[in-house]
Write a protein that binds this ligand. Sequence first.
Ligand code: AMP
Ligand code: MG
Length: 354
Amino acid sequence: VDIIKRLSAKEPARTSGGFSVRTYRDNSNDVAEVCAHLKEGHVIALPTETVYGLAGDASKPETCQQIFKIKGRPLIDPLIVHIADLSQIELLAEWNPLAQRLADHFWPGALTLILKKKPRVPDIVTAGLNTVAIRMPAHPLMQKVLRTSGLCLAAPSANPFGYVSPTSAQHVIDSLGDRIIGVLDGGECQIGIESTIIDVSDGQTLRLLRPGGITRERIEQATGVTVVQPLPSQCKAQNEPITAPGMLARHYSPHTPLSLFAYRNTPTFNAESTEQAVLWFQRPSNAQRIPTVEHFWLTEDGNLAEAAHNIFNLLRRLDQGAFSHVFVEKAPDAGLGLAINDRLRRAAERANPS
Ligand code: AMP
Ligand code: MG
């Protein structure tokens, strides 16, 4: 019974859309075919330097509807629109000099800007908000698709809503393979966590809505403007809508129960259980490697970029290990460590018992 329980706990529950997914590669025929599908209004998973995106023509409401449906994403959670060229902004949003400064420094790259939206952006993209999220990705293959198709592409992470984001084509196939027609394989995502989201819609303040691939320190250095961070508890207390649904407490969650422990501490294992694992921040010393427990680590020597690159792959691997419990060491709370700890906190959050 125990084994059956473990096996059935491993597989994410899902309903098949009856598709069989085709893997496209980095060559001009495949890119042309991917672009043709996108122009017809189909949804295809595409590589970016942050995570894989589930992409579709942002100007077509039915296509965007399809993106929400495939992910099982609630319609209140808006999509990021991806562009290849600054000239595309004009169609989508009200630009301002502070946004320009951010774009000069960080685009193409892992920074998403929230701007006042233009009327032609379909409401479904922005979940009815009067702002729109825009990013210019750096991944060369994603850029090729954006340029060849000429489209602005809405693309949330290509995973079922709430589950761990995908950082390889195989991850996409593992969790959405029967719901999409294609994935363009661009290798492993170099950064490995989502973009930083900054609300710059008033042209003066920089509000951090989600920590991500570009650190707050770099943004402050580049602009000379202090980045303010609205706390989720403030939003809740003031009964405001959640401005960035990335703020949901539970997100990026593997099925295996996780609990976090402080950086450079040691977890308290359950002496009775033989199915425990630890995800250390850094490669553990021999003294830390208790033999009854399995050991994983995010980085060999404490490099934060390496840890970010590995985090989602490791969370997915832990889910395949049939562990009853995984103890996860937090990253140091600085630089990219903030984005890593944000993902770990949300991954460890359990569903509300109801
Ligand atoms: P994903 O692409 O799955 O990482 O999710 C995109 C995220 O961007 C959403 O979950 C929101 O947190 C954020 N977002 C998109 N549009 C807006 C907007 N207009 N205002 C605030 N946040 C947004
Ligand atoms: Mg996501």
